[in-house]
Ligand binder design. Structure first.
Ligand code: UDX
Length: 434
């Protein structure tokens, strides 16, 4: 199969590179000359474990290339994937579809033989029909079908998620498009990964429903965690006991400082908007959005208690600012709510993160960056574990405590036990839900 991939953002790049690894001929297109230049020089502009090596392998095999020129990328393509951004529109919470529609319009003029135009970006229900109309209007003679193919990959585990998915979701309107999609994903079917082939609208809906459900699951356990603290229960035990019920499942039941990232915040807001538009308010999702904000702000209260009611003049070390480990992504990270509140209340904040300083230096003004956890905690009054990077999971706690001015520890990811912290000499500490 020959594939053109429009957009070399997170989803586009991972999908393009993985498709080429399946053996397809893939040309990735982007409008940003700097990005294409970087990719052609063998560098991946995002941080994703294993991605650069996989890219290099497939470029060397002659199956993968990068260009600014959509026309050449679409020459002879069986399918063209639209994987451009759909950010939350300022003001109304809608997904901004400007880039998707612009791509559809450009594609329309370049279709020669039968082509399946696939939307990989997360788009509201009805967008694929809209894409179809845009193409038809722009090019009455075009021989094409549209397909919806939402992506479920997680940052930091993207390659594995793509190569070993729980399922592939494909929305189509006819057999011909279904056959092209089946051919593209054949290497996965051969390994028995299930494909859900459905209509366009259901495919679009699956993505929003799945992400909103997962955000709900996390927020549910975060709310339970807050109650556990009051009644003397331990949320880790509660999650374990709940998660062993096969109907519930143990994943995404880890209490923490609130969800962040590029998908959950954006998709829950978009789903809430879609519901409002159709006069079916998504009340649970709307509540989840609200509660998640409260959970993030609640972390500030927790830290304030550890700081005896005032941040003013305190030195606070923050370990990890990306929204989760193994990514340099800080979109909607809890750190963006928590760190500015500390700085604003007069604390000196020292931050360390294996990747977050790329973006963090502009997103978190007024903080000092340290090379590692041990340097960050020097003379600090409080150490906050905010993102559970592996290197923060096995800290030498004695060494941390010794370097601090007052050894206090807020473990917002529940990595350590009370015993660990006590033994290391921390005089006070806090967890989430314990
Ligand atoms: C998510 C979905 O998992 C993926 O299917 C979709 O395509 C995109 O959005 P991602 O945002 O990369 O992926 O990260 P994920 O690992 O799902 O974590 C999302 C957020 O939830 C993070 O802030 C994480 O810290 C938080 N989380 C996750 C918890 O607080 N507790 C959990 O148990 C799981």
């Amino acid at each position: 199969m020959r594939i053109a991939m429009i957009g070399t953002g997170y989803v586009g790049l991972v999908s393009g590179i993985c498709f080429s690894d399946f053996g397809h001929d893939v040309v990735c297109v982007d409008k940003d000359p700097a990005k294409i230049e970087q990719l052609n020089a063998g560098h991946v502009p995002i941080f994703e474990p294993g991605l650069e090596a996989l890219m290099t392998k497939n470029v060397a095999a002659g199956r993968l290339s990068f260009t600014l020129d959509l026309a050449s990328a679409m020459k002879g393509a069986d399918a063209v994937f639209i994987a451009v951004g759909t950010p939350t529109r300022r003001g109304d919470g809608h997904a901004d579809l400007r880039y998707v529609y612009a791509a559809a319009e450009e594609v329309a003029h370049l279709i020669e033989d039968y082509t399946v135009v696939v939307t990989k970006s997360t788009v509201p229900v009805g967008t694929n029909r809209q894409v179809k109309q845009i193409i038809r209007k722009a090019n009455k003679a075009a021989l094409f079908d549209v397909a919806s193919n939402p992506e479920f990959l997680r940052e930091g585990a993207a390659i594995d998620d793509f190569m070993r998915p729980d399922r592939v979701v494909v929305g189509v309107q006819n057999e011909r498009a279904a056959d092209v999609m089946a051919e593209i994903y054949r290497p996965l079917f051969l390994r028995d990964f299930p494909i859900v082939t459905t209509d366009l609208e259901s495919a679009e809906m699956i993505k929003y429903a799945a992400n909103a459900f997962l955000a709900t699951k996390i927020t549910f356990i975060n709310e339970i965690a807050a109650l556990c603290e009051k009644v003397g229960a331990d949320v880790k035990e509660v999650s374990k006991g709940m998660g062993l019920d096969g109907r519930i499942g143990n994943r995404f039941l880890h209490a923490g400082p609130g969800y962040g990232g590029s998908c959950f915040p954006k998709d829950t807001k978009a789903l809430a908007r879609i519901g409002q538009e159709h006069a079916v308010p998504m009340q649970i999702t709307e509540t989840v959005i609200k509660v998640n904000e409260e959970i993030k702000r609640g972390m500030i209260e927790k830290l304030l208690t550890l700081c005896d009611g005032s941040f003013n003049g305190k030195t606070i070390a923050v370990l990890g600012v990306t929204f989760k480990p193994n990514t340099d992504d800080m979109r909607d990270a809890p750190s963006l709510t928590i760190v500015p509140a500390l700085v604003g209340a007069g604390a000196k904040v020292i931050v360390t993160d294996p990747q977050g300083n790329h973006e963090g230096e502009t997103l978190l003004p007024g903080v000092v960056w340290a090379e590692d956890a041990y340097k960050a905690v020097q003379k600090a009054d409080l150490c906050v574990l905010l993102t559970e990077w592996n290197e923060f999971r096995a800290l030498d706690l004695n060494r941390i405590a010794r370097r601090m001015n007052t050894p206090r520890f807020a473990d917002l990811r529940n990595v350590y036990s009370e015993k660990d912290l006590k033994r290391a000499g921390f005089e006070s500490y806090a967890f989430v839900g314990r």
